[in-house]
Design a protein around this ligand. Sequence first.
Ligand SMILES: *Cc1c(COP(=O)(O)O)cnc(C)c1O
Length: 375
Amino acid sequence: MRPPVTDIAAPAAPQMKPWIEAIHAYVPGKSKAADGRRLVKLSANENPLGTSPLALAARAEAVPPALYPDPDSTALREALGALHGIDPARIICGTGSGELLTIAASAFAGPGDDVLYVRYGFSLYEIAARRCGAQPVEAPDRDYGTDVDALLAAVTERTRVVFIANPNNPTGTFLTRAELARLHAGLPSQVLLVIDQAYAEYVPPEADDGGIALAQAHANVLATRTFSKAYGLAGERVGWGTGAPAIIAALNRIRGPFNIGNGAQAVALAAVADQDFVERTRAHNNAERARFAARIEALGNHGLRAVPSEANFVLVLFEGALSASTALDGLAQRGYAVRHLPGQGLPQALRITIGTAEQMAEIAAALGEMAEAAR
Ligand SMILES: *Cc1c(COP(=O)(O)O)cnc(C)c1O
């Protein structure tokens, strides 16, 4: 029999592992002002066009909630395979692509290993690294963009996983196919390259970064995508990834069983079939993004600058008299929630999701007024 625990020095409550204690929980975008007022939410990169009506209609045909879902999301993987020309056996679905990013780190890194990404990378990468006890390592950026040479220079014998978001969040910057291929070619073959393509649908098809092709051709690449952004299904929590069979098999061991619910499988399947909606989303976004970036550039004399973006948001830099935090408050007064990320080393910037034409015009005009008043 085990003796009773009487050790006086024993802690009074369960103790978090030190690597869990080092995690700052993910901070989601706000939708309310400090005084509780509802704001137009341009802080979480959600789709201003909503969701495909065909996808919404498919909810009615979902497997009833009393029954467990298909544990392997078979129909959805087949549809994604057909759309992208991938063997469905090389596809895994996740509870958002966030689940896949997290388990990719856990499957291939642990205590004593490094997980590498670029400064101003997606905030989930640090959480994914720490959660499995690995050391997060940041490589320097190049004017907010990914610097392939700096990333490669930061690789050591401890590096196990390299994360790259392309386009990147929160900067919106994009690595071309040639640069991405150069990054992959420079990595040792035992390092897993995770290409997080959460915003890939916003990139014109002819400018595709080749991430999915790399994941088909090499044993050390995982490409991930999500239904949360261009498909307008953030609330359903569906993402997917593709890579070599051994990588997919490793992730399948540790993903949540039955990780995609019945409704989410049905809705995502119908959304894949409505590529018109994705194209309308891209057309709207890219036109409004160009217009908004031009309006910001026109405020250059006030120290405002738009980081070049291929995503559904623009990172606006405030390098003059108007500060990002003053602009954040001013936009909230006018009814808009945008993203300020001082915790990620970006106190001088706001990440603004592309909304409707009216919203973007109003925001640009408000920033112009505030910049004028701050002189
Ligand atoms: C939004 C986003 C994701 C997707 O998150 P989900 O879990 O699929 O909702 C992944 N990576 C980046 C860089 C993102 O911005």
